[in-house]
Structure formats: C-alpha cells, structure tokens
Design a protein around this ligand. Structure first.
Ligand SMILES: [Zn+2]
Length: 187
C-alpha cells in the first residue's frame, strides 16, 4: 500500500483514512528524532498544505503554529487516554474547545442527498475535529492510541484483537520498556 506523501515513513501502524490524517498530524512531532514539522513556518506550510489542512499562500504565523501544536498535544492526550494512560485533564482539551468555539463547519447536501458537515479548507484544525467526531461515531476512535513509551508517544492504530496494543512497535518501544523494567526490578 502506498501512503500519501504527508504520512511519515516511520508509520508502521497506519489508521484508515480519514483518521490517518489525525494520526499523521499528531506524528508531526517525532520524539525519537526530536523533530517537529509544526515549528518552522515554511516547513509547517508545506506539510499542512500537502495534508489538505492549509490553503493559504502564506505560511502560518507563530500564533497559528502555537495553536496547532497545542491542539496536537491535546489530541495526543486523548490518544494516551485511549491507551489506558492518564485520564484527560480539563486543560488537555481546551485548545480543541477553542477551535470548536471559533470555527463553524458548514452543513451541506450533495446532489445525491448525502448530508455532510464540512470545514472550510483553510480551517485545518476544524477538519481534524470533524474527523475525530466521525471516528468516535463509527467506533474506530478507541483504536487510535499513543505509544506507552513516555519518550515516544507516537500515535499508532491498534488493529489487535481486544485492542490491547500498547506500543507503536513491539520490537522497538515494547522491548525497550520491558528491558528498562527488568533493569529497574529490585534484586
Ligand atoms: Zn513507541
């Protein structure tokens, strides 16, 4: 399967579309390589435009980038809760609530009578919220998780039976954490 250009080459457990968009947005921060695609305005514009989350000619300004990163970390906290990690704190979802308050999706009816709720292409963060909403309704949302390795926190899609997956990759993060626990075990 070929992945869209905006999906990280490191993505070993991709979510189905369009939830893949939310996953890739969260994974614009890569703790393993200490890189962040939403830090530099030109880099951020390129990635967001490719992903269809930005339509302006200009690059996002520092305030917009700050907001995008805050929403990203809010979503990551939601994914950690999906993985059985810490419960959500009110502050975690505040950036998403601010987007929901500020932006209005448009209700549309297409020629076939399908009723859809759509965001303006310029409102990338609202687009992400709509994707999350749909995933919460179709049942795929609980499978999108954050890796249990605190140094990693990569978003992965858990296809396991019973949704028991805890690591973005068993061979890397899973074993790393197990080895760490073994070392820490008192003799
Ligand atoms: Zn990981």
């Amino acid at each position: 399967m070929t992945m869209p250009s905006w999906v990280s080459g490191e993505e070993s457990k991709p979510a189905p579309m369009p939830l893949l968009l939310v996953q890739s947005f969260v994974n614009t921060w890569d703790g393993d390589h200490n890189s962040d695609l939403l830090l530099d305005p030109a880099t951020a514009r390129d990635w967001l435009t490719e992903a269809g989350l930005w339509s302006a000619e200009r690059a996002p300004d520092p305030v917009e980038l700050h907001r995008a990163r805050a929403v990203r970390e809010g979503i990551r906290a939601m994914l950690a809760a999906n993985s059985g990690g810490p419960a959500l704190e009110p502050d975690d979802v505040k950036p998403l609530q601010a987007v929901a308050r500020a932006e209005r999706p448009a209700l549309q009816v297409d020629p076939n009578g399908h009723v859809t709720l759509e965001a303006d292409p310029a409102d990338g963060l609202l687009t992400l919220l709509l994707v999350i909403r749909d995933a919460q309704r179709d049942g795929t949302w609980p499978r999108l998780k954050a890796c249990g390795n605190p140094d990693c926190r990569w978003a992965f899609y858990d296809r396991s039976h019973g949704q028991v997956g805890a690591w973005c990759d068993m061979a890397t993060c899973g074993n790393r954490i197990k080895n760490r626990r073994l070392r820490q075990r008192p003799r």
